[in-house]
Design a protein around this ligand. Structure first.
Ligand code: GLA
Length: 696
């Protein structure tokens, strides 16, 4: 097994990288190494031993603990904070023993106990060897009789090699403007990236990358994420003694957990990796991992879908949808998705949420007629739902006003005229499971878009069995429970995660959803940047992208298609208003997409020229066997005269000969990568070019 153990030192070895830690003389689990594999186990550095420290400094500046609890003279940002029943707020962990298991992946578990109180902590390290990834989580158990209050329980602390000259990359944004990449120097102090909205949110993504002078293709990058679809927190700390560390876990803001005997608290997984090949390699590692290890249908080629939202808004009925469906099918669309507006009393966003049965006026005979029509046209059928929500104007709310998250003495703040169901409550979970199971059982539904359209307010839970602040976590458990139960009952359905666009895009939800609605912004030039940010940690085969009418006066249809073809192509424009020529162009590009989609959905992605930084950008996909590739180039707006940069391809076999569509002369992979090629484009022009290996 690639885990080297001794009574007090452990090395996790993966394909190219290794991670080492051990107990020092104080008995503290000290981080020792995270980088390239070293030839011999003895090569890995020993744990840091205590030295004399001035009375004003805690020892954790010098001893980088793997999982520091708040205790003693530790002034660094801890990952564990506990209050014992007698009021003691100091957690002293002593190592007990360790075990290893070989399957499903090699895993090392280290057990600790508080030196006085009956609290047990297990640190788990699972390695994903071929991806050079380490998965870490922690389990807290109460071995006594009285509840222990957990005030912070992160999943991991990651320590960088000693130094204070690192940069942090992270993603931030807003509704209809998600996934901006920000790279900034880390300086002494604490930088916090977090969500307080009960979903990861548009505002920040649970992802980080730390580097020292890395670029897209070169340099050391330590990167990580959290498999969690709720409030998260990332803290990046540079201590006054030049130690740089990242903590990641469930946000402890407004959090508390009454740990009861017999009910362990298991943190979500933090997944971290190291590469010396730059940000692009870090992204590709995560892309592979998500596709191979997380997605329920990671090996399934996604269909070209049509979504009715921007075309018909709430005005859906059998006639309007059938008309759109007929045109969509004629263009080669394979899956027709009816968005919001189909259920009881849903004519605007002010009523209906919660009543998940077809509206009698719009669908007097249920959804069967429309689905039959869609199926006859040769397409699968998909449906929009927003299970976690309720409008006050709904039968559900009238029957169960207490099911929503609220404080009894406060006004229930509505957002988009809706309130949030308390998904932590079993009766809410059961209602949703039964209602949604009924729709899925009675209809031939192949696809569900699961939406979530507001942030939380008044986070109360009046009759909570534990601490009401457990809501932040138990809500997410509730979502996972409902979703996974429905998945088990309907295993072939493809699910999409949407939260007003990309508000819930994380490694947790991608164990349930196969794809993400990345943004409500479907304007193609904005979308280019949003998609590039998304690709930092999530793969193209999860990135649903519709071609819509947004910006059609300015941006050519072909350009809009090319942007969407960089992920999972969908169409969302009002096809009734597309003329024959436009439908023809659409059909042609859908045909092309079907040809190249295996490379885009399953291949390696290379961000050749950044669209977030440049008006002229390029992105390339290469099949795993390096035989096929696709190159996209886009020019948004650059004043003339402008000398467009060369595009240097990536990921080809240097010794093989490749042709690139539009270029007469085949060349070696090395030549395409080193000297590049020039794609002349005018403003708002784009091009897609197939790359093909001609010889070995
Ligand atoms: C959200 C989604 C949209 C659409 C609407 C429907 O805004 O992000 O794609 O489904 O809800 O109300």
């Amino acid at each position: 097994m690639p885990i080297h153990t001794s009574p007090n030192y452990w090395v996790l070895e993966m394909r190219h990288t290794a991670y080492a830690f051990g107990l020092n003389k104080m008995g503290l689990l000290s981080h020792c190494y995270w980088g390239k594999c070293l030839p011999f186990v003895q090569d890995y550095p020993a744990p840091v031993e205590p030295v004399h420290w001035p009375s004003t400094d805690g020892y954790d500046h010098f001893i980088p603990e793997e999982y520091p609890g708040y205790a003693g003279v530790k002034y660094i940002d801890p990952v564990l904070k506990v209050t014992y029943p007698d009021g003691v707020r100091d957690v002293v962990l002593e190592f007990q023993d360790f075990t290893t298991t070989a399957s499903p992946q090699p895993t090392l578990d280290l057990r600790f106990k508080d030196s006085f109180y009956p609290l047990q902590l297990t640190l788990h390290y699972r390695i994903h060897e071929e991806y050079d990834l380490i998965e870490r989580w922690a389990t807290l158990e109460n071995l006594g009789n009285d509840p222990v209050l957990i005030e912070r329980a992160f999943s991991a602390k990651w320590t960088m090699p000693h130094g204070d000259d690192y940069s942090l990359s992270h993603l931030y944004g807003r509704h209809i403007d998600e996934f901006h990449l920000k790279r900034e120097a880390l300086t002494p102090g604490l930088k916090v990236i977090e969500s307080r909205r009960i979903i990861p949110s548009h505002r920040a993504s649970p992802w980080f990358a730390v580097d020292r002078n890395a670029s897209e293709d070169h340099g050391e990058v330590w990167f990580g994420t959290l498999a969690w679809s709720g409030n998260f927190k990332i803290t990046a700390e540079v201590t006054e003694f030049a130690s740089t560390r990242i903590s990641i876990g469930i946000n402890d803001w407004d959090f508390a957990w009454r740990l009861l005997p017999g009910e362990p608290l298991v943190t979500p997984s933090a997944i971290g990796g190291y590469t010396s090949d730059g940000f692009g390699a870090a992204s590709r590692i995560f892309h592979d991992y998500v596709r191979d290890r997380l997605l329920p249908h990671g090996k399934v080629l996604h269909k070209v879908l049509y979504n009715s939202w921007e075309a018909t808004l709430f005005d859906v009925n059998e006639v309007s949808q059938s008309k759109l469906a007929a045109i969509a099918a004629g263009m080669g669309v394979e899956l027709f998705v009816m968005d919001d507006g189909w259920f009881h009393n849903r004519n605007l966003d002010n009523a209906g949420l919660g009543d998940w049965f077809p509206d009698k006026v719009k669908f007097p005979n249920g959804l069967g007629g429309l689905i039959k029509r869609v199926n006859e046209l040769g397409m699968d059928f998909g449906l929009w739902i927003e299970p976690e929500m309720v409008n006050p104007d709904s039968d559900l709310y009238r029957a169960h006003p207490d099911w929503v998250i609220h404080f009894p003495t406060r006004k229930r703040t509505e957002s988009r005229n809706q309130l949030i169901l308390n998904m932590a409550r079993a009766e809410v979970q059961n209602y949703l499971i039964e209602t949604l199971d009924k729709i899925l059982s009675e209809n031939n539904i192949a696809f569900i878009k699961w939406d979530m359209n507001r942030g939380i307010s008044e986070p109360g839970w009046a009759d909570a069995p534990g601490d009401p602040r457990e809501l932040w976590v138990r809500y997410v458990y509730g979502v996972y429970h409902v979703w996974s139960t429905l998945r088990q009952r309907h295993p072939d359905v493809i699910w999409q995660s949407c939260a007003s666009g990309g508000g819930r895009a994380d490694f947790g939800i991608l164990k349930l959803a196969d794809q993400v609605w990345v943004s409500d912004n479907t304007e193609a030039t904005a979308r280019l940047s949003i998609q590039e940010g998304y690709s930092q940690f999530l793969p193209a085969n999860t990135m649903e992208a519709w071609v819509t009418d947004w910006g059609r006066e300015l941006v050519p249809l072909e350009f809009r298609f090319h942007v969407s073809m960089c992920g999972l192509l969908g169409v969302g424009g009002n096809l009734l208003e597309w003329n024959q020529a436009e439908r023809q162009v659409g059909a042609e590009l859908i045909r092309l997409y079907k040809e190249i989609r295996p490379v885009i959905q399953f291949g390696d992605q290379y961000r050749l020229i950044s669209s977030q930084k440049n008006g002229y950008s390029a992105v390339q996909y290469v099949s795993k066997d390096k035989n096929e590739g696709v190159l996209f180039a886009f020019r948004v707006h650059i004043p003339d005269p402008f000398n467009l940069p060369m595009i240097r391809l990536r990921g080809l076999d240097p010794n093989a000969i490749y042709s690139v569509e539009g270029f007469e002369q085949p060349r070696s992979g090395l030549a395409w990568m080193e000297t590049g090629l020039k794609v002349e484009l005018k403003n708002l022009q784009s091009k897609v070019m197939k790359i093909h290996r001609l010889s070995a």
